[in-house]
Write a new protein. Structure first.
Lengths: 837, 257
């Protein structure tokens, strides 16, 4: 040893380390062993950490880490054997073992609970001691852990001691009782915890914290010293047991509920259990188990007997919907959503219910509808008798239509409310509900007509005095209904018809609302659908301009000699207006538009307007529609000599009659007093279609309100060939202005069976044309196309308008082949068509 | 205290904490030298020191730790690193040490440290040894950043002053006080030693060290084979100037020199 010259002798010389004796190690180990003992006995506060750390550091530096490691392990094993196991062993009593084995003789729940708690407390404290001690040990041996264990791929001393705890405490048997049964501490622990949880499920209060501490222990221990996350003893042993026990428990509980309770309490109990288990995972066991136990409850409590509960009489899904049990439905929805993201059982039940209720509505309406089959107006035989009741019958049917729509809307409201309140606005269910509504609405053959009538009714009267918001609600409803209708073309047909009448007869309440409705339909169905309707509106405003323009024109002529006839005119574009359904019922049948003979005065007027109209619009053709429009006629009834009262005076009346009525009445202007005209004569001179003429004459000569003509024979029969008519000089009325009663034409109401048939035929014909067009368009683009693809393409293209009938499509294709638009491709394997340019 | 802060910048907060020792909540004693330090600085950077303070041991209650076995100047460098992220490996004014490696009786090699006296020719850098010592203490107290810094400084230091007693002393220290598996510094030292083996064998203490430590001798030998000393002038063909074997393939001559 060399000493320095100065005062500082800093580094003592070192001996060579290699081969430094075991003596040095033993000295160090003695220090450490004594310290470990102190630590285990909780007397560490006198120990110097630095000294211990240095000792272990030195040992490791001298490559004796393995020796130290083994010694520490040996020490721990000894400690477990001598101290910890005796403490645990004393906690495991015979009773505890018996409980675990299921031999519960003479122990009450309370006794069991106390016994279990004592065991859990003991285990907890030995675990907690172990953790504290091992933390300190690890600190002291930190250098060994960091260097020796890491370099040699050895589990850290902490992990090793955990393994020792697992092997020596949890997986060993104690005392005679357990040795005989082969139970380990772990088995007892599981059974005690499960027993406690079972008690809590029954409503007892247990010490959750105590269980939680023991669960922490299981979470901190692993199957092996690798300490892989999914090998926690909690997961590999306890959780499995727990789930198994829970499964049994809930199986039994669900069966009890099925036997003894109703669906409502089942829902509540299930919900409660789900919350309880969630809570348990958070407070008593591990949150890791939450999804798993939830699944067990879902499976056992919800899925397994779902259909049985749903079908329960008086509390099942039918009753819930029927009685607006929103709470139950909400719960049901929540529970079903948990087990089945498509919510199939609920969806099917809801759909079935919608269709059922909807069919009920359909059936009710059909019944009132069909009872007395309304007779066609043309049938003369019992016309007179059925007249009065028929009117009301018609009214009733219209009311029925409105009622049908109202009920459908009510149903829709009901389900909408339910959907919003209970079903969390679920999209799948909404689609399902929409489909069901669409299904039953389209099952009802007259849905298009009824919906259009409903809109008609609202636009005529319904929206009177309503605020904008309320009108919006009505329009929303109407839009909803339109959405459901499959045969949009049928609806368009009816809507056009009803709209035409509203417009021409000035029945529409608000042009603004009408336009809103059109806009909505445009959004809902598309442009193609509304162009014609918009055309109708355009015609109307154009006509207004025309009328005032014409008036100015006449005034400027200054031709005051002429008897002035005030003309108000509507010019209708042929394509936009449904001529057939506007009242010219026969026009079509008789081939082309029917021309009646106009009286001279009117003719002059027409010519004058035509000249005015064509001045700016050259090349157009104007056709005058006698079956539309009306005229105000001033009539003078002479005083009848020798009569008192009203008849004794000259009476002036202003009579409003349809255009045809005007033509008829003007004939009588030229007639001398007392002369008469026969039915045939009138028809010959006016050229009014028989049916219209008869109808007109009925209102003028039979109906008491405006009996300006007399009929011979004077009965109440429908006027027919052979009858004679003359001016009724004796006509009296209290009103100055009289409106001739309208037999039909201006009121929108339900069609009769025959009318309907005609409408359908017409619609089919129209569809035929549409299908033709679509096929030709597709084929033109594709040149060659298989039958299968062509048809599916046609269906897709037409889906917006209607659902094409297969046989109709086949017929149309045949016909197109006949007309040489298409031909069959002979050599193709699948049936194929080719477009012929 | 050697603070790396530049004169135009005020010393950092932690540096002033260290230099003033104010608000200290922990005391490190080392061979009579007392350091007033802060747990929040020291314990966060060293797990063993943290364990000492946090644990239920004597140190935990007294907040005093006695590092009996360490060198105060090295402890100071560790603390300097903890507070300023740097330390100085140059001689400082307070503790002036001179280290020589002396061949003792029996052929053993000892490290001898003395205060620098007037012997002017002996003023050599002690940086290699200091850095190696810092490396050892950083390993002992698990201060990862310091280990890396010491390694870097060591490599820089030995590149310049390999031919010194300090380098030889550091070699000895590394082979005795770090783990066999911890090769980073040893490799660097052996590499330098290998490169300069020819010169080093002339140093008595190096020769003695090699005789004592077969491992060192072997490592230096290995590296001297892998890293041959560069010849002063590479031989080249006098005619075409190409470097190559004794026989020039280009000009087929033997004109090497």
């Amino acid at each position: 040893m060399i000493t320095g010259k100065g005062r500082q002798k800093i580094r003592p010389p070192r001996r060579p380390l290699i081969g430094s004796g075991d003596g040095e190690f033993d000295a160090m180990w003695t220090i450490l062993r004594d310290a470990l003992k102190e630590i285990h006995e909780k007397n560490a506060s006198k120990l110097s950490f630095e000294q211990l750390y240095r000792a272990s550091y030195k040992i490791v530096l001298k490559k004796q880490g393995d020796k130290l490691y083994d010694k520490v392990k040996e020490f721990e094993e000894q400690w477990f054997g001598q101290e910890v196991m005796t403490a645990i062993g004393s906690l495991i009593t015979l009773n505890l073992v018996n409980i675990t084995l299921g031999v519960v003789a003479g122990t009450t729940a309370n006794e069991r609970r106390l016994l279990g708690e004592a065991f859990l407390t003991g285990l907890r404290s030995s675990w907690q001691d172990h953790i504290t001690v091992m933390n300190m040990t690890t600190d002291v041996l930190m250098y060994m852990d960091r260097v020796y264990c890491a370099d040699n791929r050895k589990a850290s001393i902490f992990t090793t001691s955990m393994g020792l705890f697992r092997e020596h405490i949890l997986r060993s048997t104690f005392g005679k009782a357990t040795e005989n049964s082969g139970l380990t501490t772990f088995d007892i622990l599981n059974s005690v915890i499960l027993d406690q949880i079972g008690m809590e499920r029954e409503g007892d209060v247990i010490n959750r914290n105590l269980i939680r501490s023991n669960i922490y222990m299981l979470e901190g221990l692993y199957e092996s010293d690798e300490e892989t996350e999914n090998e926690k003893l909690y997961l590999t042993v306890f959780e499995i047991e727990f789930l198994k026990a829970s499964k049994n428990f809930y199986q039994k509980e669900c069966q009890t509920l099925l036997r003894e309770s109703d669906a409502s309490s089942w829902l509540r109990q299930t919900k409660k259990r789900l919350l309880e288990e969630e809570d348990r995972c958070q407070t008593t066991i591990s949150i890791m188990t939450a999804p798993k136990i939830a699944k067990v409850v879902e499976e056992e409590m919800i899925s397994s007997h779902l259909t049985e509960f749903l079908a329960m009489e008086g509390s099942g899904i039918t009753a819930m919907i029927e009685n607006d049990r929103y709470d139950d439905l909400t719960l049901l929805y929540q529970l079903i959503s948990r087990v089945d993201p498509s919510k199939n059982p609920l969806r099917i039940a809801l759909q079935a219910r919608v269709v059922e209720l909807g069919s009920d509505i359909n059936k009710n309406i059909s019944n009132t509808d069909l009872s007395p089959v309304p007779t066609e107006e043309g049938e003369a035989a019992e016309a007179e008798k059925s007249k009065a009741p028929k009117q009301t019958q018609q009214g009733k049917q219209t009311a029925a239509a409105i009622k049908w729509v109202d009920e459908v809307l009510q149903l829709k409201d009901k389900f909408d409310t339910m959907w919003r309140n209970c079903l969390d606005e679920d999209l799948i269910l909404q689609t399902a509900l929409t489909k069901s509504f669409s299904d039953f609405i389209n099952l009802f053959p007259r849905c298009s007509e009824y919906v259009s009538l409903f809109i008609d009714d609202n636009l005529k009267r319904g929206i009177k005095g309503k605020t904008e918001a309320e009108v919006d609600v009505v329009l929303d409803k109407a839009t909803t209904l339109i959405r459901y209708i499959q045969d949009k073309d049928m609806f368009e047909r009816y809507y056009k018809k009803h709209l035409a009448r509203r417009l021409l007869h000035g029945k529409s309440e608000s042009a603004d609302v009408e336009k809103q409705m059109i806009t909505r339909m445009k959004q809902e169905i598309g442009n193609a659908f509304t162009t014609k309707l918009e055309g109708m509106f355009k015609d109307m405003s154009m006509s207004e301009e025309l009328t005032s323009g014409y008036r100015t024109h006449i005034r400027n002529l200054g031709d005051m000699d002429r008897k002035v006839v005030d003309l108000s005119i509507n010019v209708l574009t042929t394509n936009h207006w449904p001529m057939e359904s506007m009242g010219g019922a026969n026009a079509r049948d008789e081939g082309g538009r029917h021309n009646c003979n106009w009286p001279l005065e009117i003719n002059t007027l027409q010519e004058s307007f035509k000249a005015f109209y064509l001045k700016e619009r050259n090349g157009r053709m104007l056709t005058w529609l006698g079956f539309l429009g009306n005229a105000d006629i001033r009539c003078v009834f002479p005083k009848i000599p020798g009569k008192e009262g009203a008849l004794g005076r000259e009476r002036r009346h202003e009579i409003s009659v349809p255009t045809y009525g005007m033509i008829i009445l003007l004939l009588f202007n030229d007639l001398a007093n007392g002369e008469s005209l026969s039915f045939e004569e009138i028809q010959e001179r006016t050229n009014i279609p028989t049916q219209d003429l008869s109808r007109q004459l009925h209102s003028l000569a039979v109906h008491p309100k405006c009996k300006v003509l007399t009929k011979d024979p004077a009965n109440k029969d429908q006027p027919k060939a052979g009858d004679k008519f003359s001016f009724n000089e004796k006509f009296t009325s209290k009103a100055v202005k009289i409106k001739a009663p309208v037999i039909s034409g201006s009121i929108n109401k339900v069609e009769g069976e025959d009318e309907r048939k005609v409408t359908e035929e017409r619609n089919d014909e129209h569809r035929g044309n549409v299908i033709d067009t679509v096929i030709v368009r597709i084929m033109k683009a594709r040149k060659e196309f298989t039958h299968q693809l062509l048809f599916s393409e046609v269906i897709t293209q037409l889906a917006q308008r209607f659902k094409p009938d297969l046989s109709m499509m086949k017929r149309r294709t045949e016909s197109l082949i006949e007309r040489e638009y298409l031909e069959r491709v002979e050599e193709a394997s699948a049936p194929t068509y080719r477009y012929l340019a | 205290m050697a603070s790396p802060s530049t004169p135009d910048r005020p010393p950092s907060v932690t540096a002033s904490m260290y230099s003033s020792g104010k608000y200290s909540d922990m005391t490190i004693i080392c061979k009579g030298t007392t350091f007033k330090v802060h747990q929040c600085i020291v314990c966060l950077q060293s797990k063993p020191l943290a364990a000492a303070m946090d644990g239920n041991f004597k140190e935990g209650t007294s907040n005093v730790i006695n590092l009996e076995d360490d060198q105060p100047e090295i402890v100071e460098k560790m603390l300097s690193y903890m507070y300023t992220s740097d330390y100085s490996d140059q001689q400082n004014s307070t503790i002036r040490t001179e280290i020589t490696v002396v061949c003792g009786p029996g052929g053993s090699v000892y490290l001898k440290e003395t205060t620098t006296a007037s012997t002017s020719n002996l003023v050599i850098s002690s940086a290699p040894l200091t850095n190696a010592q810092v490396f050892v203490i950083a390993d002992k107290y698990d201060v990862q950043g310091l280990k890396e810094l010491a390694e870097k400084k060591y490599e820089e230091a030995i590149a310049g002053s390999w031919n010194s007693a300090s380098f030889v002393a550091s070699l000895k220290l590394l082979y005795e006080e770090t783990l066999e598996s911890d090769r980073a510094l040893k490799d660097a030292a052996a590499k330098v030693a290998g490169q300069h083996a020819r010169e080093l064998v002339d140093r008595g203490e190096f020769a003695a060290l090699c005789k004592e430590h077969g491992q060192i001798a072997f490592d230096v030998l290995k590296s001297s084979i892998l890293e041959p000393a560069k010849p002063a002038k590479p031989s080249s063909c006098r005619q075409c100037g190409c470097a190559g074997q004794w026989f020039c393939k280009n000009c087929r001559c033997h004109a090497y020199g």
